[in-house]
Ligand binder design. Structure first.
Ligand code: NDP
Length: 273
């Protein structure tokens, strides 16, 4: 499993399992156990996904040592507004049945509080409750302000990113500041035709791979961490089997040209939760 080094030296597996919308506890448990058996060593959850307990149980029952698994969870917006960051991570740790997480992310940039919240994130990091801290859905201007006013540079910025939303500017900005880009919705979240796009299909055929594998490989080759979600065993295997082929420079360019700035989730300047 390929890992990348974050700006504080912590290693992160470049492919993780996203668990948003794994609402059914039995299905979620089965999918996570299956993924861990396959070799996934990185799980991306959040308080708001309401499945931290299942994630914790699946990890424990897998018998895999805790330190071999990279576990991410996130600080929800209500806990930012109330300023209860330590309380929120403590509650997540309890649900996850673990002493620490590997990455704690501020889930969305809540306008009024994102600077004061980051100072509290620095504290939970210094207290050893998480091995790294980062943000999600931050635009360069949020990060500019954070870098000016606070001490610790975020390790990760997790953003919506798939071929119709390439996020080139945000990714270039993040890389320039030592902030690792991570893609949520890397398959288009099942909401677009990206997986049946003819260009994607042509490239997939060249490599005898699926369009999902091509979409994931494209982000990986740009140095972007990916966290695809699936509850199906065949898809979990497929999404994890992308180390044995490479897209050519021309194929990368063809996929880059599919960008149409098409968001499937809310804009970070315009969310209402
Ligand atoms: P993804 O792009 O990972 O797409 C998931 C969808 O694609 C599901 O419907 C899944 O269906 C389907 N799918 C999975 N694999 C394949 C495949 N090989 N072929 C065809 N279809 C496939 O979307 P997500 O929104 O789940 O994003 C991934 C993760 O990112 C989330 O689970 C979450 O952890 C994180 N996230 C973070 C956000 C943030 O604000 N920070 C926001 C949204 C997500 P099925 O399960 O039925 O197989």
């Amino acid at each position: 499993m390929e890992t990348l080094k974050l700006n504080n030296g912590v290693e992160i597996p470049s492919i993780g399992l996203g668990v948003w919308k794994m609402d059914d506890a039995t299905l979620a448990y089965k999918a996570i156990r299956f993924a861990l058996d396959l070799g996934y060593r990185h799980i991306d959850t959040a308080m708001i996904y309401k499945n931290e307990e299942v994630v914790g149980k699946a990890i424990k029952d897998s018998g895999i040592a805790r330190e071999e698994i990279f576990l991410t969870t996130k600080l929800w917006n209500d806990d930012q507004r109330s300023g209860k960051v330590t309380e929120a991570i403590n509650a997540s740790l309890k649900r996850l049945n673990t002493e620490y997480v590997d990455l704690y992310l501020v889930h969305w940039p809540v306008k009024e509080t994102y600077i004061s919240v980051w100072e509290k994130m620095e504290k939970v990091y210094q207290d050893g409750k998480t091995k790294a801290i980062g943000v999600s859905n931050y635009q360069p201007y949020h990060l500019d302000e954070l870098l000016q006013k606070t001490e610790i540079v975020p390790s990760v910025n997790q953003i919506e990113c798939y071929p119709y939303l390439s996020q080139e500017a945000v990714i270039t900005y993040c890389k320039g500041k030592g902030i690792h880009p991570e893609a949520w919705g890397p398959l288009g979240a099942g909401k677009t035709d990206i997986l049946t796009n003819p260009i994607m299909q042509g490239i997939a055929k060249n490599h005898n791979k699926s369009t999902a594998q091509v979409a994931l490989r494209w982000n990986l080759q740009r140095g972007v961490i990916i966290i695809p979600k699936s509850v199906h065993e065949n898809r979990l295997s497929e999404n994890f089997s992308i180390a044995d082929f490479s897209l050519t420079a021309e194929e990368m360019k063809q996929i880059n040209r599919l960008d149409k700035n098409m968001r499937l989730g809310p804009h970070p300047d315009n969310f209402d939760f």
